[in-house]
Design a protein around this ligand. Structure first.
Ligand code: ATP
Ligand code: MN
Length: 538
């Protein structure tokens, strides 16, 4: 049995206003797993993983994410409905209430860090009301060695009180839940929601402010892996476009599945120490590495199981956003430490539910900048009968909800780094083929993997123009052949069997691009603007 008493007395929480020492410090995951079961907060799946329910919230709540507006942030943050300001006084008052609440609870405390590159390392203390949330922090952040723990000085603190409900009228929140970043006090204060993703995305958002402002380093919402020859690839994309799925590939070493920095020493480094995969419709056949990572130590969220603990991954009755978190060492083929050289290839993943973007195409530098600022993917409408119209969704830098600065700042840094490193940029449609959502089908994962591997193995050639067709609407270069992929799949128009419907839908999408880009027009150079679609419906 781990020496709890000793462990507990190693730190004090008085500086936070927590007076008691009824807290567990640095419990190993198997203890947190056991305590969660003991408290009736979870069940064991047949795989050995802990299965928990996050409660009212099964996803992030972007409308309840605030940033304290103060000396540090007021002139730097891009304020608006993504980065919503919160008054410093209101923060202090709410903080006191949350701490008073936590003073009556048994707590779980963990010291860990973000950024595999130690020049950028951020030491973090996570204080949780629930044992499984603390186990999530073990899985997702980087685990310090005993040695590193000895001189541990937390720079940022995450205070996570899912059971605390704010009173919006007095507390200044929108409703009972909130996630507030305070850059002066270096605190992420989360309450009223048990969704674990808020914990990791809180720290991600903090790094997305700190790294460019203080360290001239580019933070990215992307996954990354590295090939046998040391060639790094990174994959940008919004939620559900395939960052985790495609970076987890047995033939390449995984660097990380969601958050990375690109420093000035020609390296890409993971912020995290674990992965957080979607498990909707997960199968061992299609995604063996992720499937195999679901074992003791992993936490399944909001899945439905039978009496034997067997998970039905097709059951979305709790949420479509079923998840599993696991420490990165649950994946066999990983890069240690989680750092790779400058990327050779960058993939922009988009799940185009209009089914009009090519499954893979090469972008010019202007197109790369344009698509990065646009950050397009599509949301599919609900599953009600007859509702089949996809909704375009644009999120700057493929991660606007986590980017406190103006998108142009990240875009400028990326463009510069891409030029210096001479990377090739590819747009990959992991969404629909053969027609829009409701008519066509989702691109086969097997084909997407084959296209990506063809790029990474150098089989797609680089700019032998005869091998490419320039798309008449989007202007991107579409390869004519790709090993492992039927030629007919490479041309979206050909998969539709209805040219007129194809172009009508393609113009719907280009018009949406144009509409969205208006807010960036004054920041974008002529060169970037040229990277947009070539034709619009008038
Ligand atoms: P998040 O930012 O929320 O973590 P993500 O970009 O990591 O999202 P994934 O977890 O990889 O997204 O989700 C992609 C989902 O789409 C998976 O459930 C995967 O099985 C499914 N999928 C189906 N077809 C494809 C395809 N052709 N390419 C990639 N993913 C596909
Ligand atoms: Mn992911």
């Amino acid at each position: 049995m781990n020496n709890l008493k000793n462990n507990r007395s190693r730190i004090s929480l008085k500086a936070y206003g927590i007076e008691h020492d009824n807290f567990h410090y640095q419990l190993p995951p198997k203890e947190l797993h056991r305590i969660s079961l003991e408290k009736g907060m979870g069940e064991v799946a047949s795989s050995g993983a802990l299965a928990i329910k996050t409660g009212e919230f099964t996803g992030r709540s972007p409308k309840d994410r605030f940033i304290v507006k103060d000396e540090v942030t007021k002139d730097r943050v891009w304020w608006g409905d993504i980065n919503i300001p919160f008054e410093a006084d209101k923060f202090d008052a709410l903080y006191k209430k949350v701490i008073a609440y936590l003073n009556s609870k048994e707590l779980y405390v963990r010291d860990c860090y973000a950024c595999a590159d130690h020049n950028y390392r951020m030491d973090i203390r996570v204080i949780n009301e629930y044992p499984w949330s603390n186990m999530f922090a073990y899985n997702m952040f980087i685990r310090p060695t005993e040695e590193e723990l000895r001189n541990f000085d937390p720079e940022w603190t995450v205070i996570n009180a899912p059971g605390f409900m704010a009173n919006s009228e007095v507390d200044g929140t929108r409703q009972h839940n909130f996630a507030i970043l305070n850059f002066t006090q270096k605190i992420a204060l989360i309450g009223g929601t048990g969704y674990t993703g808020e914990i990791k995305k809180g720290i991600f958002s903090a790094l997305n402010f700190i790294l460019p402002v203080e360290k001239n380093t580019l933070p990215m919402h992307c996954s990354a892996n590295v090939g046998a020859k040391g060639d790094t690839a990174i994959f940008f994309g919004l939620s559900g476009t395939g960052k985790t799925t495609l970076s987890t590939d047995a033939s390449r070493k995984l660097i990380g599945d969601d958050e990375h920095g690109w420093n000035n020493e020609n390296a890409v480094f993971n912020f995290e120490g674990g992965c957080y995969a979607k498990v909707i419709n997960l199968s061992e056949e299609n995604e063996p590495e992720i499937y195999g990572a679901i074992k003791k130590g992993a936490i399944l969220e909001n899945v439905v199981m039978d009496a034997h603990g067997r998970v039905d991954f097709s059951d979305t009755s709790i949420t479509q956003n079923t998840r599993v978190s696991y420490p990165i060492y649950h994946i066999e083929n990983v890069q240690r430490p989680s750092i790779g050289k400058n990327p050779k290839n960058i993939f922009f993943l988009t799940a185009d539910a209009f089914g009009v973007l090519p499954p893979i195409s090469k972008l010019t530098p202007s197109q790369a900048a344009y698509h990065f600022i646009s950050g397009y993917t599509a949301k599919v409408a609900g599953t009600e009968a007859g509702v089949v119209e996809p909704i375009p969704s644009f999120s700057a830098c493929f991660g606007a909800p986590f980017m406190p600065l103006h998108p142009a700042k990240y875009a400028e840094m990326l463009s510069k780094k891409m030029q210096e490193a001479k990377v090739n940029v590819w747009l990959v449609n992991t969404g629909w083929t053969g027609g829009p959502y409701g008519v066509g089908t989702r691109m086969k994962l097997k084909y997407t993997r084959a296209m990506i591997n063809a790029v990474l193995n150098g089989d797609l050639g680089l700019y032998n123009y005869d091998d490419y067709h320039i798309h008449s609407v989007f202007g991107v270069a579409q390869p004519r052949e790709c090993p492992g992929v039927p030629t007919s799949v490479l041309s979206p128009r050909a998969t539709w069997n209805d040219d007129q419907a194809y172009y009508t839908t393609a113009f719907k999408l280009t018009n949406a691009f144009r509409e969205n880009f208006k807010k960036f027009e004054s920041y974008a150079s002529e060169e970037i603007r040229r990277g947009g679609p070539q034709r619009y419906a008038f």
